[in-house]
Design a protein around this ligand. Structure first.
Ligand SMILES: Nc1nc2c(ncn2[C@@H]2O[C@H](COP(=O)(O)OP(=O)(O)OP(=O)(O)O)[C@@H](O)[C@H]2O)c(=O)[nH]1
Length: 322
């Protein structure tokens, strides 16, 4: 069967971003794979281990609203001959009455006999008999942080802040959206004891420069640096507008040595850009790096318990930048 890292890599290619949860369904809506993200959506809401994930039919394994919405989405994909991916918004209320919001993306997968025979991930006779069959991969992203609750009159309205997903100036993700990635990457890093780095870029206008850099010019600097950064980063890295004058990048599976190499490359590019455009007098550039090992290896690691501790480390590191 598929292994989780392989499947997550596949889906991150397909939907171009890391996801919190993954379910793979065949055309009978039987679960062919799911990761453990949905343990509290199983019918008995018990904690499950990696060894005993939900299996069988979707409707039998999961609570009704969750199963129905996934089945509706997968069914829509199976119905058409040449399906593209589909997306949906799912709201689940758990046993503690807490509402959680997910963005769903369903992607058709068809495994050809050729692919399957060269694919080491498919290794048992049952899977081989399914060669050529259509399956659907459903990826879920927890977007609860992006949902704003608004009371209008007596009605409780939920508004998905579409615009808050992306920053208009840089075209990068917004900080709120990025933090939902960081949160899930941090948990993954903790669970599997994998390295995770953060790189913070600060582009401040120099106070002493006269006249000051016009706002429009500064906005262009931010946009140019964002573009430049995206040209350097791997697809699996995620960059975002962190604040007015800061851009941040999340580097999964990247250790201290790797993040230093990358930081040096980005530094050279930004400095070259500022020099080429004669901007050094107006723009002061600094960088901060923070690394999490998933398991405490040094004193600094003991300070990191939550993902915002890691952000704090990156901010502290900015101060020591020369
Ligand atoms: N996350 C991340 N790490 C990088 C990137 N570029 C370099 N690194 C780190 O720096 C190390 C050395 O990078 P390279 O000299 O490009 O060698 P590489 O191992 O072929 O790097 P990749 O092709 O990006 O895997 C990598 O193993 C990473 O740890 C990047 O864009 N993103």
């Amino acid at each position: 069967m598929f292994s989780e890292p392989n499947l997550n890599a596949l889906f991150s290619q397909l939907v171009d971003r890391w996801q919190d949860g993954v379910v793979l369904l065949d055309e009978h809506f039987a679960i062919r794979y799911c990761n453990t993200t949905f343990q509290n959506m199983t019918k008995d809401q018990r904690l499950i281990s990696d060894a005993e994930r939900p299996t069988g039919l979707l409707q039998e394994a999961y609570v009704k609203p969750f199963a129905e919405q996934l089945q509706g989405l997968a069914g829509a994909i199976f119905k058409v001959d040449d399906p593209h991916w589909l997306s949906d918004h799912l709201i689940i209320t758990d046993s503690q009455e807490v509402e959680r919001h997910f963005s769903l993306q369903a992607i058709p997968l068809s495994l050809t006999a050729e692919q399957a025979s060269t694919d080491e991930q498919l290794n048992d006779a049952d899977e081989k008999s399914d060669n050529g069959a259509k399956w659907v991969a459903i990826c879920l992203k927890n977007i609860s942080a992006l949902i704003r609750h608004e009371v209008r009159g007596n009605e409780l309205e939920l508004e998905l802040e579409q615009n808050s997903l992306r920053d208009e100036v840089t075209g990068l993700s917004s900080r709120a959206y990025w933090e939902s990635w960081l949160s899930s990457e941090f948990n993954r890093s903790k669970r599997y004891q994998q390295d995770l780095s953060i790189l913070l870029i600060d582009l401040n206008t120099r106070q002493e420069s006269l006249p000051e850099l016009p706002v429009e010019a500064y906005v262009n600097v931010l946009a140019d640096v964002a573009l430049l950064l995206q040209g350097v980063l791997r697809n699996s890295d995620q960059a975002a507008r962190y604040s007015d004058k800061r851009i941040v990048a999340l580097l999964p599976h990247t250790n201290g040595a790797g993040s230093e190499i990358l930081a040096a490359r980005i530094k050279a590019k930004i400095e070259h850009y500022l020099e080429e455009n004669e901007l050094q007098e107006w723009v002061e550039f600094r960088m901060g790096v923070a690394v999490y090992h998933g398991i405490a290896q040094d004193d600094e690691d003991f300070e990191v318990d939550r993902y915002d501790d890691l952000l704090q480390l990156a901010e502290d590191d900015l101060l020591s930048w020369r």
